[in-house]
Design a protein around this ligand. Structure first.
Ligand SMILES: Nc1ncnc2c1ncn2[C@@H]1O[C@H](COP(=O)(O)OP(=O)(O)O)[C@@H](O)[C@H]1O
Ligand SMILES: [Mg+2]
Length: 327
């Protein structure tokens, strides 16, 4: 069943522009996501990261440019069709059905694969259908095991701490059996332990599920440790694109985050965040904030400055995503 992806990028963002009235959220954004890689998009508040995600997943239509997935132009495909092709995502503000159980929320992920025409629907009954149901249940069981949420499978989502809700959202996205998993700020608002767990899951995703990851994240320690490829946005434009080492050294990136602040200090902190070969996400346990936390603090402060220049958005216009995916 598995079709081999063609050589070349799995996902191609080609000169994409997007405007909200007079606000140019994205201007000629272009980069590629290679199969099997963890690609991160970073940038100060208001840089256009969420807008970019919404454009890639089909909630917004770009005013110019193209998005290609496995070589196919998907720029005009509606969001559910993109999801069915293998683009699944989580949201910056969790989009789960809060009154429903964890398991029921995860089951909604499978709807991306439900048959859409009447002939398929007819074939879907009988033996094929029961086999598919058994297969789905097996996939859901594996996801629940993998994300270590077996103990809460029947709990209503609203009763769960934030970190677990984020994990349930990831489980639902995985239930779509995506080729590319898009994570919008997967560790935002998490404590250190929750962040370390999430970082481990993201790394294991690739090994166990063969999933390519595209994420937006503010936690610099995590981005630099996990990513193979980092794309930096500022005011809707790509200002750097390369390995974590390359973007950390890029003067424009440092300027974007720090304004006219002390670049050398930030550089030192970012280097400290790497902490040699030790996995920095798991580096500091109980002995107070380590260098990566300090660097995060510096960048968070810088982001806050950036936010006052480019107003942060509450992005109210996106469709309630869970609902869109479920219908
Ligand atoms: N739905 C929207 N309506 C109007 N302006 C928006 C909307 N979404 C985002 N913007 C604007 O687009 C720019 C990029 O926002 P966003 O993509 O949310 O940035 P980020 O996720 O990097 O913080 C900001 O200037 C923001 O105010
Ligand atoms: Mg955002």
């Amino acid at each position: 069943m598995e079709t081999r992806p063609p050589p070349g990028p799995l996902l191609e963002i080609d000169q994409v522009s997007l405007a909200f009235g007079g606000v140019r959220a994205l201007s000629g954004v272009g980069f590629e996501v290679a199969p099997g890689m963890i690609t991160s998009v970073i940038g100060p508040n208001g840089a256009g990261k969420t807008s970019l995600f919404n454009t890639i997943s089909g909630f917004y239509r770009p005013s110019a440019g193209a998005i290609r997935f496995e070589g196919r132009d998907i720029t005009r495909l509606p969001a559910p069709r993109r999801a069915a092709l293998g683009l699944a995502r989580s949201f910056q503000n969790i989009a789960l059905f809060r009154g429903m159980s964890v398991l029921d929320n995860i089951k909604l992920g499978r709807h991306a694969h439900l048959r859409t025409n009447v002939f398929d629907a007819l074939l879907y009954f009988g033996r094929a259908r029961s086999e598919e149901i058994a297969l789905r249940a097996e996939i859901e069981r594996r996801i629940i095991d993998f994300l270590e949420i077996d103990h809460i499978r029947h709990a209503p989502v609203a009763a769960l701490p934030y970190g677990l809700q984020k994990r349930v959202e990831m489980a639902r996205a995985l239930a779509m059996q995506p080729k590319v998993l898009m994570l919008d700020e997967p560790v935002a608002g998490m404590n250190r332990e929750e962040t370390e767990d999430m970082a481990r899951f993201i790394l294991e995703l690739r090994a166990e599920w063969g999933v390519t990851v595209l994420m937006v994240e503010h936690d610099m320690g995590m981005v630099m440790d996990l990513s193979d490829h980092v794309v930096v946005l500022n005011f809707g434009q790509v200002i750097a694109d390369g390995t974590p080492e390359q973007v950390q050294r890029d003067p424009e990136v440092i300027r974007a985050y720090l304004g006219s602040g002390d670049h050398e200090d930030l550089r030192r902190r970012l280097r400290g965040a790497r902490g040699g070969n030790a996995p920095a996400v798991a580096a500091d346990t109980d002995d107070g904030p380590a260098d990566d936390a300090a660097a995060n603090g510096a960048i968070a402060a810088a982001s806050a400055q950036g936010a006052s220049k480019a107003p942060a958005t509450t992005a109210p216009a996106s469709t309630p995503p869970g609902k869109a995916a479920a219908t």
